[in-house]
Design a protein around this ligand. Structure first.
Ligand code: NDP
Ligand code: 8G0
Length: 448
């Protein structure tokens, strides 16, 4: 297989999908060697079948706002691959959502889910609807209209959605409720549900906690501890908040957080009181991160419209907001002031140029598909609990999460250890490990 020709052909077929092509290029460039070791894969045209989603659903979502106006958005579900289990992946509601972004996310999800060791295929969905500034009733009407179209395409053993950017407990609750009504069944068709109706303990915390556990595994390969380390986080949503909480519990200093309007720098690290303020601000009031700087002006500096990376002094960066939020300049700025590790909470937050910088500097760099897999892993555990009609304790789920993150780290080491040195290329490790399992399953199942 000639990688360049393959990529150019795909680019000419999908010329307006830069995020999708970015994700595909990264994976293809790292699995090329193993792919070429198995000529039967090329005979089955496996790579192309693995890069192009099984199915894409697109639909109009019409809903009525509080002023009685009829509003229209576009809804999507990309069912990428179900070779190793039912389609699984979140739903994103954000004005920026388009097919390229959802295709990249569904593609990445397939390899990530493979790494979790659980039986889940890859999918992603969403809409260009933004819940920000909408009333609860508007959000509910939108969710019901969205599920009116989607419900026939999903199910506990078919496709299991969850939250993502802009979709939290409120939105999952509304979507699950309407799904249950339309399908006339009570099953685990969504994950991230409320605890009273089938949700798993530790699911809200899982992505952030899991990323911290992955980071601990990476640091251990170099005999480094987390205590006292300065960690820059971006975002202040689900992933960022629970990353901060676990880091503080582990004795690290959280020196930044952000949202799409700007970032805060906290030179001495967040105190428990400041963290609680941000937690309530985001979870109870849907507020902005600038309000934290207003509340604690002595302790924090606010940079409107800026990302954290150029404004912080940190040992570790954990980008946890969105794709392509850390570019080559940001990476050089982080490296220049001594950053030793980057562990991605978001999906594809680092641009290809930034990744090149991290790898060239041989720092510890974990791509999202490994580091943030704890979220979907605990979703897989939620599915298992739902189908058995039982629920595990927080301690049980947390132990399983730690074990899964350690397993993912081992897979990265196995496939990413560089010959002749002690460097671990986690990008290559995660891609090869994730790919091999899906590829074997696809080969065994014939041309579908
Ligand atoms: P949330 O909606 O809870 O939070 C998103 C955060 O990122 C908010 O602070 C938001 O700011 C900020 N943000 C979103 N879009 C942009 C943008 N275009 N530019 C700058 N900031 C932005 O989402 P999550 O925390 O759930 O998701 C964050 C990332 O983690 C995403 O990449 C997601 O795919 C990934 N992820 C999430 C998992 C989960 O379990 N939730 C699992 C694995 C990965 P604002 O409030 O201003 O919009
Ligand atoms: O639980 C999920 O399926 C889910 C939700 C949000 C994001 C992700 C992800 O892995 O990116 C998974």
């Amino acid at each position: 297989m000639k990688t360049n020709e393959f990529i150019e052909d795909l680019r000419s077929r999908f010329p307006n999908e830069p995020e999708y092509m970015q994700a595909v290029e990264e994976v293809v460039s790292t699995i090329e060697d193993v792919y070429n070791e198995y000529p039967e894969m090329e005979r089955y045209n496996l790579l192309e079948r693995l890069c192009i989603p099984d199915r894409i659903l697109t639909f109009r979502v019409s809903w009525v706002d509080d002023k009685g106006r009829v509003r229209n958005n576009t809804g999507y579900r990309v069912q990428h691959c179900n070779a190793i289990g039912p389609y699984k992946g979140g739903i994103r509601f954000h004005a920026s959502v388009n097919l390229s972004i959802l295709k990249f996310l569904a593609f990445e999800q397939t390899f990530k889910n493979s790494l979790t060791t659980l039986a889940m295929g890859g999918a992603k969905g969403g809409s260009d609807f933004s819940p920000r500034g909408k009333s609860d009733m508007e959000v509910m009407r939108f969710c019901q209209a969205f599920v009116t179209e989607l419900w026939r395409q999903i199910g506990p053993d078919t496709d299991v959605p969850a939250g993502d950017i802009g979709v939290g407990a409120r939105e999952v609750g509304y979507m699950f409720g309407y799904y249950k009504k339309m399908a006339r069944e009570f099953t685990g068709t969504f994950t991230g549900k409320g605890i009273e109706f089938g949700g798993s303990l530790i699911r809200p915390e899982a992505t952030g906690y899991g990323n911290c556990y992955f980071l601990l595994n990476m640091l251990a390969t170099r005999g480094i501890g987390i205590k006292g380390k300065r960690v820059a986080i971006s975002g202040s949503g689900n992933v960022a908040i629970y990353t901060a909480q676990k880091l503080m519990e582990l004795g690290a200093k959280v020196v930044s957080m952000s949202d799409s309007s700007g970032s805060i720098y906290v030179p001495h690290g967040l105190t428990p009181e400041q963290f609680q303020f941000i937690f309530d601000l985001k979870n109870l009031y849907r507020g902005r991160i600038s309000e934290a700087a207003d509340e604690f002006p002595e302790a924090m500096e606010y940079f409107p419209g800026e990302r954290p990376w150029k404004h912080v002094k940190c040992d570790i960066a954990m980008p946890s907001a969105t794709q392509n939020e850390l570019d080559g300049d940001d990476a050089r700025a982080l490296l220049a002031q001594g950053c030793i590790a980057v562990s991605e909470g978001a999906n594809m937050p680092s641009t290809p140029e930034a990744i090149k910088e991290f790898i060239a500097a041989r720092i510890l760099y974990a791509p999202g598909k490994a580091a943030n897999a704890g979220g979907v892993a605990v979703s897989g555990l939620e599915m298992a609990q739902n189908s058995q009609k039982l629920s595990w304790s927080a301690a049980e789920v947390d132990t399983k999460l730690r074990d899964i993150m350690a397993d993912i780290h081992s897979q990265c080491v196995k496939f990413g250890a560089e010959k002749g040195s002690d460097y671990i290329n986690y990008v290559k490790g995660a891609n090869v490990a994730g790919f091999m399992k899906v590829a074997r399953a696809m080969m065994a199942q014939g041309i579908l």
